[in-house]
Design a protein around this ligand. Structure first.
Ligand SMILES: [Zn+2]
Length: 146
């Protein structure tokens, strides 16, 4: 094995020493650099993202579970409220209408969620305008009272 690197064989192959110096700009260095994931700090990510794929998947699953839980909770709430409302009118509810009320409350919650999503979309588009209008109105009210 030649000390100066000539004819060295690694795994049956000759390798060549490239006596070139890798020159990267600081921008390129930042792009190829890796850093630990901001969430788990176990895995490394490239510079342009903050959390690793594993954490992103975990967060997505968590968000979905929370949404499902909230959804189920809302259905229970509406179901209970409807049952109580009907119970105050007639003392005994036959078992069929119990599940009918459950279906109705599920539909109500679905409708509510759809309306809420619509509102949120609208608010994303128009929220800042509404807030600034309210602000101007408040200022006018306060000045008018003086
Ligand atoms: Zn991570």
């Amino acid at each position: 094995m030649g000390i100066n690197g000539d004819n060295n064989r690694v795994a049956g192959r000759d390798y060549y020493e490239h006596n070139t110096i890798l020159k990267l700009t600081s921008e390129q260095l930042r792009q190829v650099a890796i850093k630990p994931c901001a969430r788990c700090e176990d895995r490394v990510v490239s510079a342009d993202v903050t959390i690793c794929n594993h954490c992103r998947y975990e967060l997505k699953t968590q968000a979905r579970n929370e949404r499902l839980l909230r959804f189920g909770f809302m259905i229970m709430l509406v179901w209970g409220a409807l049952l109580q409302l009907l119970n105050s009118r007639s003392p005994d509810i036959p078992p069929v209408s119990f599940f009918e009320i459950g279906a109705i409350s599920t539909m109500l919650v679905l409708l509510g969620a759809a309306l809420w999503n619509e509102f949120r979309q609208w608010w994303i588009l128009n929220g800042s305008v509404v807030l600034s209008l309210v602000g101007k109105l408040l200022i006018r009210l306060i000045r008018g009272n003086k």
